[in-house]
Design a protein around this ligand. Structure first.
Ligand SMILES: [Ca+2]
Ligand SMILES: [Ca+2]
Length: 286
């Protein structure tokens, strides 16, 4: 048998087997290939074919479960330090030292300064014996219906004429030693009266003046302690007091010093003054 035809036949058979058609009528076969099993006759019984057991049940692999996403652990935060409570223990009481008693020294007994009165007849009860006057209109008057002296029965009155001035001056003293003078105080009582209706027409001054006006000039000769104009008059007796230490110790007044009351009137409507209880009290250091 030739191989080529046999292959063609077998191919046809195979096609027939596959397609279910028999092509034997159209294509004569020179030789039909018969398999050895068929050529040798069919076996009486087919060889038993091992029966395949049931397939094992398919067990699917376990479903893959993804691992949980890694979560970073929280950062460790240190626990706060516990505040230590402040001790409430009461501090130990400090003993207050007892102050040392200081012995108070006994006060020094200061001897009283010796004081004296320089004005002679300051109450004018002796009719101007220690006084001098300059100009007209200075006199002493006794208590009557017009005047009531505060000291004794008499007082000095200074009543210049119109357009005139008048002065009442106590006798002079030499300058006192400033190192020895504790104080020098001038005091007096004064009562002014006026008929003047205009301001600053009449006036009176009270001061300590140089006893030698020719030895000094102008304001350097006078220390005025009071100056009263007619419109400033307060009716009734008024007490005045001044520290005149600087005046009575003034060495530049070579002729000494003296107390002066000086009044002045203008052309009309005169003004007059009563003066009493005049005093200059000087206290010296022991
Ligand atoms: Ca008097
Ligand atoms: Ca006048």
């Amino acid at each position: 048998m030739h191989v080529r035809p046999l292959l063609a036949t077998c191919l046809a058979c195979a096609v027939a087997l596959v397609t279910g058609r028999v092509a034997f009528a159209d294509e004569p076969l020179a030789e039909v290939y018969i398999p050895f099993a068929l050529r040798d006759g069919f076996p009486e019984s087919p060889a038993p074919v091992a029966t395949a057991g049931p397939l094992p049940t398919y067990t699917p692999p376990p479903t893959y479960t993804p691992l949980p996403t890694y979560t970073a652990l929280p950062t460790y935060t240190a626990l706060p330090t516990e505040a230590r409570p402040t001790s409430t223990r009461t501090p130990t009481r400090t003993r207050t030292p007892t102050p040392t008693r200081t012995r108070t020294p006994a006060p020094t007994v200061k001897p009283s300064p010796a004081c004296s009165e320089l004005i002679e007849d300051g109450s004018f009860e002796g009719e101007l014996k220690a006084w001098t006057t300059l100009g007209k209109g200075v006199t002493v008057v006794r208590r009557d219906q017009f005047v009531s002296p505060p000291d004794g029965e008499w007082a000095a009155r200074i009543w210049p004429d119109d357009s005139k001035s008048a002065f009442l001056m106590h006798k002079a003293y030499a300058a006192l030693d400033p190192a020895r003078i504790e104080s020098a105080t001038l005091s007096y009582q004064i009562d002014g009266h006026t008929l003047e209706t205009l301001d600053s027409r009449d006036s009176i001054l009270v001061g300590i003046w140089s006893a030698d006006l020719d030895a000094c000039e102008g304001a350097a000769c006078t220390d005025t302690y009071e100056y009263v104009r007619n419109q400033d008059i307060e009716r009734g007796w008024k007490t005045r007091s001044f520290d005149i230490t600087k005046s009575v110790t003034k060495a530049s007044w070579t002729g000494g010093w003296q107390l002066i009351f000086g009044a002045s009137n203008d052309v009309s409507n005169s003004t007059w003054w009563y003066v009493d209880a005049v005093s200059i009290r000087v206290c010296t250091r022991p």
